[in-house]
Design a binder for this molecule. Structure first.
Ligand code: PNS
Length: 163
């Protein structure tokens, strides 16, 4: 069985993440969306909030082979824990490449058996990031179409309260 883990901060999960997740769900038998639990990154959304948003996406998109989870510590340790052989990441632009190149090298060093699979972002979403969603939402701009519809109202209110 091919098991992939899609790790990230997902602070919050965007429509770009959803695009990657749908592609991965079509390729792997099981996909775990794994929220990084690292307070040093000072996330706006708690791990629980992020997992809840991901659960709503899984439910509303009917992604039957996708599960949500969270991890702290090394990603390679989490992959071992859930039995995943693949890491899934999205690439938006060349600027992502250097960062991904480094993460891949570190993970391959730590566990040579793990392979990372990349999905190119839909060009329509290549500008999109969680930080831009946060900034737009906190400043009262429209985040419609930037986040999955099932989380739109929640995020709009939550980010407006954040500023
Ligand atoms: O969405 P992000 O913030 O770009 O995701 C980064 C993530 C979670 C994939 C990366 O920071 C990570 O795997 N962190 C866990 C710690 C770890 O395994 N570090 C070694 C590889 S950099």
């Amino acid at each position: 069985m091919k098991i992939g883990v899609y790790p990230g901060s997902f602070d919050p999960f965007t429509i770009g993440h959803l695009d990657v997740l749908k592609n991965a769900a079509g390729l792997f038998d099981v996909v775990y969306v794994a929220v990084l639990n690292n307070s040093a990154k000072s996330p706006v959304f708690s791990v629980e909030e992020r997992e809840e948003m991901i659960d709503r996406v899984i439910e509303s998109e009917g992604l039957k082979n996708v599960r949500s989870g969270s991890f702290s510590g090394l990603l390679v340790d989490y992959t071992k824990q859930i039995g995943a052989q693949y890491i899934i990441r999205g690439l938006r632009a060349i600027t992502d490449f250097e960062y991904e190149f480094q993460i891949n090298a570190v993970n391959r060093h730590l566990n040579p058996d793990i392979r990372t699979v990349y999905f190119m972002a839909n060009p329509e979403h290549s500008f999109l990031s969680s930080s831009s969603v946060r900034e737009i939402g906190e400043m009262g701009g429209s985040i419609e179409g930037l986040v999955p519809l099932c989380n739109y109202h929640y995020l709009r209110e939550r980010l407006a309260r954040q500023k």
